[in-house]
Design a protein. Structure first.
Length: 219
């Protein structure tokens, strides 16, 4: 999916959810360990990370197209790519199909880009859904789920609630799709269990604005 530029109604550009969360650095420890492990295995983490990111991008693209009943040719997109990349993409898609069949997913929105006028940030939701209750689901193809993933999905929920007055998000879901074994790991969180994630995002949003002018002074 093309990079989205988020702007408020007054035409001002605002940061994305992931940009705001970058100020917290919550993913750095996991990334540093992963890069170290890649080095121990004799691999260049820069090349590996690009390949893994490509797998996630292609899998996300396929799922989005499927949900919207749009054409999406894996053969065309993966032409010239290593066979192992196709195998990982296929594993993610297999996991997605198995989970979707079991979950009885009722989608009410997919790849929805929204902007908060109140808090001045934007984001693109993977899936807004109704299973047992109205919820937001975020897809992951990495090796684990982390604190910043919880804050991220709640920030998406805040966007949905602001855009759809009266439609409270009742639960959140993280769905991790396995790239090697076709497994899936579904984590469900009632909204009231993630109030701390909401507060964490709001503090990060404030911190982002405080740090921005300091970065310019330091540059």
């Amino acid at each position: 999916m093309a990079r989205v530029v988020y702007k408020t109604n007054d035409g001002k550009r605002v940061p994305s959810v992931t940009t705001v969360l970058g100020i917290l650095g919550l993913s750095k420890d996991a990334l540093m360990y992963w890069a170290w492990q890649q080095g121990c295995d004799g691999k260049d983490f820069r090349e590996t990370s690009k390949g893994e990111a490509d797998v996630g991008t292609v899998a996300h693209g396929f799922i989005e197209a499927e949900l919207k009943n749009q054409p999406y040719s894996l053969d065309l997109i993966l032409a010239g790519r290593p066979p192992e990349m196709r195998a990982k993409v296929d594993a993610c898609i297999s996991a997605w199909h198995e989970w979707r069949e079991q979950s009885q997913l009722q989608m009410i929105g997919s790849e929805v880009s929204l902007v908060s006028e109140r808090y001045r940030y934007g984001g693109t939701l993977d899936i807004a859904t109704v299973m047992t209750r109205r919820g937001i689901l975020d897809l992951k193809t990495g090796s684990g789920t982390y604190a910043d993933h919880l804050i991220q999905v709640v920030a998406y929920g805040m966007l949905w609630e602001e855009a759809h007055s009266g439609e409270a998000v009742e639960e959140y879901h993280l769905l991790r799709l396995g790239k090697t074994d076709g497994s899936f790991h579904h984590h469900r969180y009632p909204a009231d269990a993630l109030e701390c994630a909401r507060e964490a995002f709001l503090r990060a949003r404030e911190l982002y604005d405080l740090v921005a002018p300091l970065k310019k002074m330091g540059g």
